[in-house]
Ligand binder design. Sequence first.
Ligand SMILES: NC(=O)c1ccc[n+]([C@@H]2O[C@H](COP(=O)([O-])OP(=O)(O)OC[C@H]3O[C@@H](n4cnc5c(N)ncnc54)[C@H](O)[C@@H]3O)[C@@H](O)[C@H]2O)c1
Length: 343
Amino acid sequence: MVKVGVAGYGVIGQRLADGVALQKDMELVGIADLAPTLSIRALREKGMPYDLYLVEGADKAQFDAAGIPYKGSFHDLIGKVDVMLDSSPGGVGAKNKELYEKAGVKAIFQGGEKNSVADVFFHGYANYEKGLGANYLKLTSCNTTGLIRSVDCLDRAYGVDRVAITIIRRAADPGDYHRGLTNALQMDKAPSHQALDLMTIMPHVEATGILVHTPVTHGHIITVVAHGKNGKKITRDMALEAFKTHDRIRVVRLADGFLGNASFFRYARDLGNPRGDMYEIGLWEDSIVESGDNIMYAINIPQESVTIPETMDGIRAAMKMQSDSRSATGETNKYLGLGKWKK
Ligand SMILES: NC(=O)c1ccc[n+]([C@@H]2O[C@H](COP(=O)([O-])OP(=O)(O)OC[C@H]3O[C@@H](n4cnc5c(N)ncnc54)[C@H](O)[C@@H]3O)[C@@H](O)[C@H]2O)c1
């Protein structure tokens, strides 16, 4: 059993912890955090299914006052694991890395860290093999994770040499107050980092794109225009066939009620998924269109949960649990129940 710890039990960390707990070939040793946040208080009310360790600077008196038990220090947790999943706030992971290095423990960082924090910028489908045995991986951000899933899907099936994307980006996660209440769209400077990140992971694809922030919380939407490699046109039928076979892409139709980002959130809640999470991206069948030699489509990114499967793949790569992407993603998908909607 590979022993795993999670640093930072926030939006991403609590989902990573649940994801690891579902992997039958991994053991979640514990989680670490700094403050008795709402997520930590909810963990206590659930009966502490995961052991808590306190990072340096945590005020123990606050945890004691809230009746939240802890097992020890961050240092203790690091000493018990093979790999740490670091989901502390962006930039903090780079500082935590010094502790991981000292202890000789591998670590996987999330999208808010600089690329330089890791040896490999990682995606479970597009470059799994590069992560094999690596000490430090960094996951792509939520948008890039979902975007690469769909582009890699077409690339593997038919070859892709160029993409252009538009990202309609949610401004905050549900429950965030610190980002303010807004009623405006905001432009980012092009090309968006997701297009540049895609080229880092898939260097054979030329990518560019525009990002627009929107005052919503339930998911991003990305439109993608893709061009087949060597001028080989990808038709609507070809794209649909490839997307339908992918276990991390849920193909949906407007006529069935999937009208937009909020429909996915509602459907996930109706399924009884914890927190209304979806590990898969949504892809509208009705959005797939041809434009000359290009194929165009739109995907929905559930930002809080989409990076969890690829992070599990990252553990598999770093610990050399499987030697190739196909078998590693297959194991992760099996334990997370991905692709089950096709049965
Ligand atoms: N929120 C998203 O939708 C999303 C999506 C993909 C990737 N990410 C990335 O995931 C990472 C975490 O983001 P988040 O949204 O989960 O943040 P968050 O603020 O919800 O959670 C961070 C947690 O880390 C804790 N923390 C603070 N200092 C710490 C320390 N020194 N050591 C350990 N824990 C500490 C905080 O108390 C908090 O519980 C970031 O890199 C972010 O860019 C976020």
